[in-house]
Design a protein around this ligand. Structure first.
Ligand SMILES: Nc1nc2c(ncn2[C@@H]2O[C@H](COP(=O)(O)OP(=O)(O)O)[C@@H](O)[C@H]2O)c(=O)[nH]1
Ligand SMILES: [Mg+2]
Length: 368
């Protein structure tokens, strides 16, 4: 009996130990199941970590896009011009055999896109000869020949802007009112400063006080020097003073603005010819005369251009507002009818929205 008295508490302890153990095991078991969702949580957080990695990559990817936004490309900005070309001519791809009617449609499309009648005719004459030589007749092939011919039309021209070393270079900007002369000078001033040049802006548009104000703002924005005269003053003397100031301040490029409007056209052309002569006096060295043309004015712009080209020896064209409703064909008309290279293109109103004209990129973008 005393053995039983000892055995009962021992059995009780064993029983309690078993129950306690089972309870403990359950708890730790439930801990495991609690952990699982945590693991699951971790699994969820892991991909979200990697999502974060992706999202940190996205800004990295976006960075070059920001740079692109800074320097616009034809691909981004030529909306209307692109629809003019790829819209009118895109259907050509589906044509299996180009006939006389199709050739006329192509010509119409080019004229509608502002290429101009004589340029469109001469381009297509060449394309027809090549098509015959190469025994090509499908629309897709003809379109390729046309692009090839458009490229060759624009190829091989010197589109650089001259800065002669050791000289007080003068770049004269001419063109009718509102085409973008002052804006182009502002954009170029910024570019020149960032290249390490020292530009001076001369507010030669004395016709309106606002023009000098506008130029002064650009000069302040980009850190260029500025010389301005009084409203209604003599534009030639403003440019002359600009050259003298540039020479004494060690500026290498004078960006000379001019008026786009005087009392009548004959006076304006005389005035511009005089500005050009005066700009070349003393230290002045006229290395560019840039005709600024608004691309949205199409063929009207071309007739303006002819008048300016007769009055002052234009060395290059700045084609502005190609981002707007311009159809783009004006580039071919300017180059083939005037023989003046398009050197710069305006693709917007911002300070960065001026690019060097790259003909191959332009043609590619038109048909993209
Ligand atoms: N969209 C667009 N607008 C432009 C461009 N260049 C100039 N402009 C705008 O055209 C207007 C006239 O420009 P302005 O420089 O004053 O012409 P100016 O009279 O020849 O000096 C302004 O509102 C400019 O912001 C361009 O490339 N694209
Ligand atoms: Mg102006």
């Amino acid at each position: 009996m005393p053995e039983l008295i000892i055995l009962i508490p021992i059995l009780l302890i064993i029983f309690l130990a078993l129950v306690g153990g089972a309870y403990f095991l359950r708890r730790s078991g439930s801990k495991d199941t609690e952990l699982e969702p945590r693991k699951g949580d971790k699994d969820v957080t892991l991909p979200s970590d990697s999502e974060e990695e992706v999202s940190t990559e996205q800004p990295k990817k976006a960075q070059p896009e920001i740079v692109l936004e800074g320097k616009p490309s034809f691909f981004e900005r030529l909306s209307k011009a692109r629809s003019a070309f790829s819209g009118y001519l895109g259907d050509l791809v589906g044509v299996s055999k180009v006939n006389e009617e199709t050739w006329e449609d192509i010509e119409d499309a080019l004229i509608q896109a502002d290429v101009g009648v004589s340029t469109a005719t001469s381009l297509l004459e060449d394309v027809r000869v090549t098509a015959k030589e190469r025994e090509v007749e499908s629309g897709a092939e003809i379109l390729e020949l046309l692009k090839e011919r458009m490229n060759s039309e624009l190829a091989g021209k010197d589109r650089s802007l001259t800065i002669d070393e050791g000289e007080t270079n003068v770049w004269l900007f001419v063109g009718v009112n509102g085409v973008g002369k002052t804006t182009t000078i502002g954009k170029l001033g910024r570019r020149l400063v960032s290249q390490g040049n020292k530009p001076l802006m001369a507010a030669g548009d004395t016709f309106r006080a606002a023009a000098a104000e506008q130029l002064t703002m650009w000069a302040q924005r980009c850190g260029a020097e500025i010389v301005r005269g009084s409203e209604g003053g003599d534009p030639s003397s403003v440019v002359f003073d600009g050259v003298a100031a540039a020479a004494s301040r060690g500026c290498d490029v004078v960006l000379a603005d001019t008026a786009g409007r005087l009392h009548n056209k004959a006076n304006l052309m005389e005035e511009l010819a005089k500005v050009r002569r005066v700009a070349a006096k003393d230290k002045g060295h006229v290395s560019e005369v840039l005709l600024v043309l608004d691309a949205t004015t199409g063929q009207n712009g071309l007739s303006q251009a002819k008048i300016f080209a007769e009055a002052v020896d234009v060395t290059g064209v700045v084609l502005t507002k190609l981002d707007g409703s311009a159809k783009g064909g004006i580039v071919f008309a300017v180059e083939s009818e005037l023989g003046i290279p398009v050197k710069l293109v305006g693709l917007g109103e911002g300070a960065e929205d001026l690019i060097d004209f790259d003909p191959q990129e332009f043609v590619a973008a038109l048909f993209e």
